[in-house]
Design a protein around this ligand. Structure first.
Ligand code: G3I
Length: 356
């Protein structure tokens, strides 16, 4: 039996009495020792065009999320047009293979189509946001169990700039847009797990500390207003050259978990542009960073899921922003460009396995 089948078998007990949306990803409340579902961000065309890629996903993943597809820029080339081809295909793939699909993402500052620049008033922003959520979440109601409702709401460095990141939503609706997005998503699909997803928490730097502080403040405010946030997505795009702040992450996760929130690792990879050229050395450092990050979380609670942002070094977003000066390919993911498992895969397998 492949590991994927084993893990899903353990999770297929059905939505038990008292289950809350926060548990929807796994359907039943898992024991703290249960295996953690693993998954990856997927480029849908590759599932069709690259057999090795398809095999790698089938062999390793219990969860999938579209690397694109549900972003506004992909879904909505024109104001009155929704293109559901990619997410529909990914969901069909997930369903056919006993996997679950996460939704990424409903409100984000980036990836907005040009036509949205014409949205200039509070009323128009509210209309657009609600129409989007009604249409998209409504279409996948009961089938996509977990959504990154709001993505990357905190600014890059709240120590020196405003804590909330500028976006069409923040500019026109203020921080209230987060309340609106979560409440509307909960109204459309009351069973879905609603996630606030963000990055940049993991190093012992003033920037990361400021980001953690601003994020915790936001989450507390949302909880005080009874906004239906069920879980926190820690993206985990780890800068390979920087130490992981294990104590800082553990304290941060403890505070979030203490507010009743589940934790998901949603976009793990290690950005290796500043790491040594030697691939064996580089792979060990990549694995070490991933391990330190996961253990800092695992020391506090069992994350409900671990997803990497891609599965193979052959297809990764990292060189878009962080290509190496020596021209060597980036190696941020668990499988190398030939689909061979790297030390990072061993770390993930060890971290996500069931405990006896
Ligand atoms: O599909 C087109 C292709 O037809 C065209 O020839 C090519 C030329 O540039 O672009 C292709 O589209 C690119 C797309 O990725 C598909 O790979 C876009 O230019 C590029 O902007 C897009 O980047 C994505 C980025 O988000 C912006 O949406 C990355 O793949 C994706 O990995 C990245 O993901 C984000 C998460 O959503 C949020 N957290 C950070 C993470 C990494 O940046």
């Amino acid at each position: 039996m492949r590991r994927r089948q084993f893990v899903l078998g353990g999770l297929s007990a059905g939505l038990g009495a008292g289950a809350t949306p926060a548990l929807a990803l796994s359907k039943a409340k898992p024991s703290p020792r249960a295996a953690i579902p693993f998954g990856a961000a997927i480029r849908v065309d590759l599932l069709r065009d690259d057999l090795d890629y398809r095999r790698a996903v089938l062999g390793n993943c219990q969860l999938v999320v579209g690397e694109g597809g549900l972003k506004w820029i992909d879904l909505r080339p024109q104001e009155n047009q929704f293109v559901f081809d990619h997410p529909d295909r990914l969901l069909a793939f997930a369903d056919a293979n006993g996997m679950r699909m996460r939704g990424h993402t409903l409100a984000w500052y980036a990836g907005m189509p040009k036509w949205t620049e014409a949205i200039k008033t509070k009323k128009a922003a509210e209309h657009a946001l609600y129409e989007h959520i009604d249409t998209v979440v409504g279409r996948y109601k009961g089938r996509i169990p977990s959504w990154d409702v709001v993505n990357e709401a905190i600014s890059d460095n709240p120590a020196i700039e405003k804590p909330m990141r500028r976006s069409i939503w923040q500019d026109l609706l203020g921080t209230q847009h987060i309340d609106m997005a979560f409440r509307r998503t909960a109204a459309v699909d009351p069973q879905a797990q609603l996630v606030l997803n963000d990055f940049g928490f993991e190093n012992p730097t003033d920037q990361c500390r400021a980001k953690r502080t601003a994020f915790l403040r936001l989450v507390k405010e949302l909880k005080d207003r009874d906004v239906p946030v069920h879980a926190i997505g820690l993206q985990g795009h780890l800068p390979g050259e920087k130490e992981i702040d294990r104590d800082g992450i553990s304290r941060f996760v403890a505070e979030l978990h203490g507010m009743g929130l589940a934790i998901l690792v949603t976009e793990l990879d290690v950005i290796d542009d500043k790491l040594p050229a030697d691939s064996l050395v580089r792979d060990e450092i990549v694995a070490m960073r991933a391990e330190a990050f996961l253990q800092a979380i695992g020391d506090v609670c069992r994350p409900e899921a671990v997803l990497t942002w891609g599965i193979t070094d052959k297809f990764t977003w990292v060189p878009i922003w962080f290509s190496r000066k020596d021209g060597r390919p980036n190696r941020p993911l668990p499988l190398d460009a030939n689909y061979r498992p790297k030390p990072m895969m061993r770390v993930i397998n060890e971290f996500t396995r069931a405990r006896p």
